[in-house]
Design a protein around this ligand. Structure first.
Ligand code: UDP
Ligand code: MG
Length: 331
């Protein structure tokens, strides 16, 4: 694995207290507003901090823009991924390479307010919490469709994964070093953080905030990616679909049994059951159930296959902090 961010000496060498991890995919338009709001907040904390901007294979001017910004903002650190790996993988790359005692994950589009970061940090310190979730009190900035699908998603996840899944907590959260280390110890697989974090069971708290509209650009989560996230969430955290497959099979069996009893009864009455329609429905029904069950089993086998290959979910092309550290070691 060519991943320089897993250097175990990172933390020892660093005195960074707070890392702010921001995955970015084609966020050139949002960058100026982001810096304008984020920098005063972080400078105002008086903490030693770093901003880990993960460029998730952007094809617009994001990388160049970040490089220019870095010239006047030494705390800005660029982690460039070789190709677009997806939001959760980019977040993983950023969290793996974060050197702070605490890390906050933030979206680049200012839907989550950076002004809440000091509050999160203060809460974690005062109550010795390992995770502080940003919980959305208002999602009026999201479309009705997004709100409804998000509502259905959290409803399902709370039933499948458990009630400790925090509805309305997205990816704006603070993690302590304990959590970051626990995360590094996990095998490098695609993660759905909003489910993984409650699953860890670390002491946690909440900070509420209003979800603002995207400051510029457009969403990088089209319907296709939302469906993939939902499938990853269900398959990654629950075997319920496999159980459902058993129940579907049992239902098909009962239906067939019913039809058998009916046919025998009709036969006993000296008649024959009418054929073609019922036959074709029965054949198609059983066939459909089998295909659905096969598909469910296939999804799980696919994930076992991917996990067995042990391929990393992201590749770091370069990381400014690591490059500086390597240079310092050489001289
Ligand atoms: N993002 C990313 N890689 C992707 C898609 C998104 O790094 O493949 C980043 C994106 O730049 C943003 C964050 O993930 O900072 C959340 O994406 P977005 O705001 O588009 O999602 P939404 O808020 O619409 O759900
Ligand atoms: Mg957004």
């Amino acid at each position: 694995m060519i991943d320089v961010s897993h250097d175990p000496t990172d933390r020892v060498e660093s005195s960074v207290e707070l890392s702010v991890v921001i995955p970015m995919f084609n966020e050139e338009e949002a960058l100026p507003a982001l810096v304008e709001r984020l920098r005063p907040v972080l400078d105002g904390t008086g903490e030693e901090y770093e901003v880990v901007a993960v460029d998730d294979g952007s094809t617009d001017g994001t990388a160049e823009h970040l490089a220019q910004l870095r010239a006047g903002w030494p705390q800005l650190r660029l982690v460039r991924l070789r190709r677009n790996s997806g939001h959760q993988a980019a977040l993983t790359a950023g969290l793996h390479s974060a050197r702070g005692a605490y890390a906050v994950s933030l979206d680049a589009d200012l839907q989550d307010p950076p002004e809440k970061i000091p509050e999160m940090l203060a809460l974690a310190r005062s109550r010795h919490l390992d995770i502080v979730y940003g919980v959305r009190t208002n999602r009026s900035s999201d479309t009705g469709f997004k709100r409804r699908t998000a509502g259905a998603y959290y409803w399902l996840m709370r039933r499948l994964v458990g009630t400790h899944v925090c509805a309305q907590a997205g990816d704006f959260r603070l993690l302590s070093r304990n959590v970051l280390d626990a995360l590094k110890a996990l095998p490098d697989q695609p993660q759905v953080y909003r489910l993984l974090m409650p699953w860890f069971g670390f002491p946690s708290g909440e900070v509420t905030y209003r979800r603002d509209p995207r400051v510029a650009g457009h969403t990088k989560y089209p319907l296709r990616k939302m469906i993939l996230l939902a499938v990853d969430s269900i398959i990654g955290f629950s075997v319920a679909p496999l159980r459902l497959a058993i129940w579907l099979g049992a239902l098909a069996f009962c239906v067939c049994l019913g039809m058998l009893v009916y046919t025998l009864a009709v036969h006993a009455a000296g008649d024959t059951a009418p054929g073609w329609t019922s036959l074709i429905i029965a054949v198609l029904f059983v066939g459909a159930v089998q295909l659905v069950c096969l598909g469910v089993v296939g999804e799980y086998i696919g994930r076992i296959y991917t996990a067995a290959q042990q391929r990393p979910t992201y590749f770091v092309a370069d990381d400014t902090a690591m490059a500086i550290a390597r240079q310092a070691r050489k001289t």
